[in-house]
Design a protein around this ligand. Structure first.
Ligand code: TXA
Ligand code: MG
Length: 331
């Protein structure tokens, strides 16, 4: 991405348009926070219910107090240590944030993305609209579907409904940011991501709980991140190869099957396509959404998946797979 393209994208945002841009996690569909009509268009383009709040992207921790109120010390420390990075902090919103951005809540999700294109865009916006450079951006996919990790994914999902797409190459992390709610009594993790609970603990002094039930459900649907094909997660246990082969055989009754797994099954039936997530959980996270999309393009009826081991970003991948399993293909 050239600096001329970034300048052009900043012009589009500053005049109330929509720009899709890369972050280190996934691509976002951005609108200026202070342009409610543009934010409204983000909801319309995504097909997203109005009560589902957007994450606000900032150029640096220095602008935290413009967009959040009553900022606790823990938020400042997390921002200083882990931003720019794949971490969203939920804080009380300042009156500068229009209600449409937060789905009517009195809290706002804020993050400073660690991608040079995203940071360049926010800096260019700040020179056009000083003090107003905050970009509300959900993942740049239609609601409920798999997040985009390349510019091609964005084009495939949103087509002409977005004014400009900045192509920053494939996203390095591949799954959405960790979300920590700091607006209550104690910090709570609302969504797992690349920033682990251990990393949070090293800044906060204790390990934050993972929210369950109501708190989590309020902004997070159990079925989400879903490809069109039915996702079947191979259950945990001994001899994963045998269990994966069993699930493949069962799923074959539905139609074409894609197996998403490190090579654990010998003697796969010829018609089963094997896509390898390969290697450490970080690599698995990076390719996950592209593999799910690939399976859809291949016309798979089912995707049988061997998840990565628990721990670190493996937990985030497992969380997304569980939601995908409950998603559209299995509905
Ligand atoms: O990595 C990411 O976070 C990506 C990139 C583009 O930054 N963005 C992203 O946005 O994943 P989206 O809209 O697809 O997911 C935002 C999540 C939703 O589950 C939403 O409910 C939650 O953040 N969220 C946002 N603001 C919130 C708030 N005030 N309270 C609770 N949850 C909030
Ligand atoms: Mg999303």
């Amino acid at each position: 991405v050239s600096s001329a393209e970034i300048e052009r994208a900043a012009d589009v945002l500053a005049s109330g348009g929509l720009v899709a841009f890369p972050t280190e996690t996934v691509y976002g569909l951005g609108a200026m926070v202070v342009e409610p009509d543009a934010v409204q268009r983000v909801f319309a383009v995504k097909g997203r219910p109005a009560g589902h709040p957007l994450i606000v992207h900032l150029g640096g921790v220095a602008s935290l107090d413009r967009w959040a109120a009553d900022v606790p010390d823990a938020a400042r420390r997390l921002g200083r240590e882990l931003w720019p990075g794949p971490l969203t902090l939920v804080l009380r919103r300042s009156e500068r944030v229009p209600a449409i951005v937060t789905g009517g809540r009195d809290t706002v999700g804020l993050r400073v993305p660690a991608h040079p294109v995203a940071l360049g865009l926010l800096a260019a916006l700040d020179s056009r609209r000083p003090g107003e450079a905050a970009v509300a951006a959900p993942s740049a996919n239609r609601f409920g579907r798999v997040s985009p990790t390349t510019a091609a994914h964005v084009h495939a999902d949103l087509g002409d409904d977005v004014d400009l797409v900045l192509d920053g190459g494939p996203c390095a992390v591949g799954v959405e940011s960790t979300i920590v709610d700091l607006s209550g009594e104690r910090p709570e993790v609302l969504r797992l991501g690349a920033i682990t609970r251990d990393e949070l603990a090293s800044v906060l002094g204790s390990t934050p709980a993972v929210a369950t039930g109501e708190a989590r459900a309020s902004g997070m649907l159990p079925a989400h991140y879903a490809p069109a094909a039915r996702v079947v997660v191979v259950p945990e246990g001994d001899d994963v190869g045998e269990r994966a082969a069993d699930e493949v055989a069962r799923a074959a009754g539905l139609g074409p099957v894609v197996l998403l797994a490190p090579s654990v099954v010998d003697d796969l039936p010829a018609e089963v396509v094997e896509l390898e997530p390969a290697g450490p959980p970080e690599d698995y996270a990076r390719v996950l959404y592209d593999r799910l999309r690939q399976a859809d393009r291949l016309g798979a009826a089912a995707i049988v998946v061997v998840p990565p081991p628990a721990g670190g970003i493996g937990d985030a991948v497992r969380d997304r797979l569980t939601r995908a399993e409950r998603g559209r293909g299995s509905a």
